[in-house]
Design a protein. Sequence first.
Length: 103
Amino acid sequence: MKSLYAVLGLGLMVCLTGCQAMIYGTASKFNDLSIGMSKDEVESVLGKPVETLADGTNGEEYLIYKKMKHAISEWPRTYKVTLKYGKVSRWDEQYDEKNVNNF
């Protein structure tokens, strides 16, 4: 009986993590970005960001995304696309407190 519960629990966990991947999408879409893309081009690949920040002193704009690292990841991660004067200059995964999910 314990093994039945273990199998059911594992099945439920796989289903739930798959649902998160459907909601957030996966980070594999970042492979479709390239340096020099416009904000509209980035949004056509990744969708609308969850947050947009700007630094007027150096002409940078930051598009913040929540994506699953893999389809079976436990939690979504925070990624940042940096635009310099309206064009992509870099993108990376964030390793700060924004990766903490408080729910």
